[in-house]
Design a binder for this molecule. Structure first.
Ligand SMILES: O=P(O)(O)OC[C@H]1O[C@H](OP(=O)(O)OP(=O)(O)O)[C@H](O)[C@@H]1O
Ligand SMILES: [Mg+2]
Length: 176
């Protein structure tokens, strides 16, 4: 087993402030309409739960499970749906909620996949926009925090399924 340490990067209070700001923008942009929120499991479960409680517009919540990292800190490059959404998104405004956009491969693939169902609009909300490893250009309409690099865990994010339950964000530092 690889040895590593966790270095604090973003405190829980800071995360909550960023969520407040995102929610103000989302409530304003979708005023007078309704929204289907699709949370991307597993990583987005905490962010989504904290976000939807700040929204005053009518929302319906659904989940998709997309996986490409498995036990690694490098993407496999292949995205798989292992649990699909159950609501119809035809002619609806859709907001995809992600914990992190890193290479961009997951969200690019899923945006492309959803277009075949003819939603009225699709936007992306990501807690963390981490750009150093970006491989494809993707629109992130609502980004909580922009970071250059580092493999991050906590607040839903995992390394090999661990540390999702930490209330803040930490960086995994591998021992050399
Ligand atoms: O921009 P990318 O490089 O594609 O990486 C981002 C994706 O990777 C993580 O999912 P993961 O496959 O680890 O599944 P998980 O949410 O269950 O941890 C994360 O939750 C995003 O969905
Ligand atoms: Mg993961």
């Amino acid at each position: 087993m690889e040895e590593y340490q966790l270095v604090p990067r973003i405190k829980p209070e800071e995360l909550q402030k960023r969520l407040d700001d995102l929610a103000v923008r989302i409530n304003r942009d979708y005023e007078g309409t309704s929204l289907i929120i699709i949370g991307v499991l597993k990583g987005a479960f905490i962010f989504l739960a904290d976000m939807v409680r700040r929204l005053s517009i009518p929302v319906e919540v659904d989940f998709v499970r997309l996986a490409s990292y498995g036990e690694s800190s490098e993407t496999s490059g292949k995205v798989k749906i292992t649990k699909d959404i159950e609501l119809s998104i035809k002619d609806r405004n859709v907001l995809i909620v992600e914990d992190i956009v890193d290479t961009g491969l997951t969200i690019a693939w899923y945006l492309d996949h959803l277009r075949q169902y003819h939603p009225e609009s699709i936007k992306v909300c990501a807690l963390i926009d981490k750009f150093e490893r970006r491989q494809v250009e993707v629109p992130i309409d609502y980004a909580g925090i922009r970071l250059e690099k580092g493999f991050l865990v906590g607040y839903g994010l995992d390394f090999s399924e661990k540390h999702r339950n930490l209330p803040g964000i930490y960086e995994v530092q591998f021992q050399k």
